[in-house]
Design a protein around this ligand. Sequence first.
Ligand code: CA
Length: 227
Amino acid sequence: MKILVVEDEKLLVKGIKFNLEQEGYQVITAFDGEEAVNLAHDDSIDLILLDLMLPKMDGFTACRTIRGFSNVPIIMLTAKSEDIDKILGLEYGADDYITKPFNIREVTARIKAILRRVNPTPKGDKSKVLVSGDITLDYNFRRASVGDRVVELTSKEFDLLELFLKNPGKVYTRENLLDSAWGIGYPSEERTIDVHMRRLREKIEENPAEPKYLKTKWGVGYYYKKD
Ligand code: CA
């Protein structure tokens, strides 16, 4: 597994690199946003750890630029928790974020969790799909199709959609969804779920304001209505 670490504080990079290598990951590093974007074209990278404050090109711009050509999982490092909606939102499309200062064990735990989700399918199982009504999930490409429209998904969106498709009609609270897609005890906020649900609807639904598939159960949470 290859991880690209993007951060201009060299000591921090050294610490992260050391710890990730201890965990068996191959680590490459970039110290500014432009370098990050250039390196991100390497298809063999499995995950990017991307700092927000970077020289030449900031982390937001780098994230958005990378999303323009790649669905590689991106974890943003941020000192500002109020940017969460923006980071996870449609415009930037990061998969997760970690607020500074962080514990290095937290970083490795998050990386492991995301990589487990992104690569759950054993090799050789090349054509695995899940079909539910109009929606098909493609495990190989980690994307969906709605009718004949192909929809690219981030790893988190894929996980959420999979959960819904496997359990039509079941109502999930925000807490349920956090536990399923992020892991139990994940220090996150329930509004993170709303951000992801909004984004998922924008991709899946013909009219996100009046969702046909991903419905809101007022005061409770969300459920999937199989057509
Ligand atoms: Ca920085």
